[in-house]
Design a protein around this ligand. Structure first.
Ligand code: GLN
Length: 192
């Protein structure tokens, strides 16, 4: 039996996440079927969900307009896993610090968009992540800073700032775990 993984595909990077979840499933001897979610009515078929990076204001607007936002909330209320990365993390947070973003309140965190500073628009860093034996090579692209953490577990920090968190079935990262061919974060989010 294959697991069904949904990638919220209204905007942003989709195909790399699809590959990463397929590889993570294969490392557990499972097959994954990936569906791209651009409309309502599909989330209910999914065992796991990915909320990719992109532009958080656009993603927020489109998932509410298409009726996908409430379905993602129902998925999490049923205890099913979500991996939310970069813009996905911003949309999944409790507070995005930006009125244009209607957050989903899935992660008990406050974020600040694009807050690592101009000189750090984009950077890479070896991260120690709770649950992984070796450092994870993390790629940050106009990444959000997690400025406050409420009732969520911090999985990794960079320069004393949380950059990966877990809140129940939801794992969120400031960075892009799908870009390096290392599927261990997908593994952690979905198969642990
Ligand atoms: N800066 C983007 C935003 O605020 C996120 C960047 C990304 O997803 N790589 O939406």
């Amino acid at each position: 039996m294959a697991i069904t993984a949904g990638v919220v595909a209204v905007q942003g990077d989709v195909s790399e996440h699809a590959e990463a979840v397929i590889e993570a499933a294969a490392s557990h001897g499972e097959a994954a079927e990936v569906i791209e979610i651009r409309e309502s009515g599909l989330v209910g078929e999914c065992d796991v969900l990915l909320m990719p990076g992109g532009e958080s204001t656009t993603i927020s607007r489109l998932i509410h307009r298409e009726g996908i936002a409430s379905e993602i909330r129902e998925h999490v209320a049923a205890g099913k896993p979500v991996l939310a990365t970069c813009a996905g993390l911003i949309v999944a947070a409790n507070d995005a610090g930006d009125d244009r973003i209607e957050t989903l309140d899935l992660l008990d965190i406050r974020v600040q968009r694009n807050a690592f500073g101009r000189q750090k628009d984009s950077f890479e860093a070896p991260l120690d992540v709770d649950g992984l034996d070796d450092p994870f090579h993390a790629v940050f692209i106009r990444a959000p800073v997690i400025s406050e953490v409420g009732d969520a577990e911090i999985l990794a920090t960079w320069e004393d700032r949380p950059v990966a968190v877990r809140d129940g079935p939801v794992v969120g990262t400031s960075f892009h775990p799908e870009l390096t061919g290392d599927h261990r974060i997908h593994d952690l989010a979905f198969f642990d």
